[in-house]
Design a protein around this ligand. Structure first.
Ligand code: TIU
Length: 237
């Protein structure tokens, strides 16, 4: 039987509590286009190496969710091959030599179906895990994410992915306004800019948790293990 008792995670600005049957792990845009050299992130002028640090801890959380049969949802930023969902302003932004839709080392940049658009192999979606394709930075804009979460009775989101101040922040702000409670795992999100990561994390938990809560993968994993240990001898593993 699935455990139903609430899980309490030490977090800032105060403990984050969730029902394991009403929580989803939301892994945002862990795509080769952002994390690997030769993709969109690098085309924007970034050194992509700081993003790799989020992969291993996110994998540990992913494994824990999967082992417990808890909901996992992935997102990908990208556009249709005919660019019909790409605002001309987004295409023009940055005056890039190789921009969205152009051919780069990992295929057409930020285009669905291309190698660069895929999620990195370590975090590849398992069969049955929803993958939300989104044309913008936020995972709610022009997607079915809100419907999907409400249909599944999800009330809380545990957030991993990239980048802290862009797609993670936009999505957490959108989720918060829609009434979802978000816990951002500091070591499972990353930015090309350490100072933006730092400020982005502080902004989420400031002012009493104005957008949500912040904790770490290790603290969450411990809380999940403790909840299982304390769920009673009658519980099957
Ligand atoms: N997924 C995401 O964050 N998209 C970006 O374009 N991020 C940047 O930091 N550029």
């Amino acid at each position: 039987m699935r455990q139903v008792s609430r899980v309490r995670v030490d977090a800032e600005p105060y403990p984050f509590e969730f029902n394991p049957a009403a929580v989803a792990l939301l892994v945002i845009d862990m795509q080769r286009d952002f994390v690997e050299p030769g993709g969109f992130g690098e085309m924007l002028g970034n050194d992509v190496t700081p993003l790799r640090r989020a992969v291993a801890p996110t994998r540990r959380v992913l494994d824990a969710f999967r082992a417990r049969g808890m909901t996992v949802i992935h997102t990908r930023e990208g556009h249709l091959p005919d660019l019909s969902d790409l605002p001309s302003t987004k295409k023009a932004r940055g005056r890039l030599k190789t921009g969205i839709g152009d051919t780069g080392p990992m295929g057409r940049v930020l285009i669905r179906g291309e190698p660069g658009h895929e999620i990195v192999p370590e975090l590849a979606p398992a069969p049955g895990e929803p993958v939300i394709d989104k044309p913008g930075k936020g995972a709610f804009y022009a997607t079915d994410l809100d419907l999907l979460l409400r249909e599944r009775g999800i009330r809380s989101l545990i957030v991993a992915g990239v980048t802290t101040e862009v797609c993670v922040h936009t999505t957490v702000r959108e989720a918060n306004d829609r009434g979802f409670e978000c816990l951002v795992l500091e070591d499972c999100v990353a930015s090309y800019f350490p100072e933006f990561h730092e400020a982005g994390i502080r902004m989420i938990k400031a002012q009493g948790g104005i957008f949500g809560w912040v904790s770490s993968s290790a603290v969450l994993l411990r809380a999940l293990a403790d909840a299982r240990a304390g769920s009673g001898a009658g519980e099957s593993a």
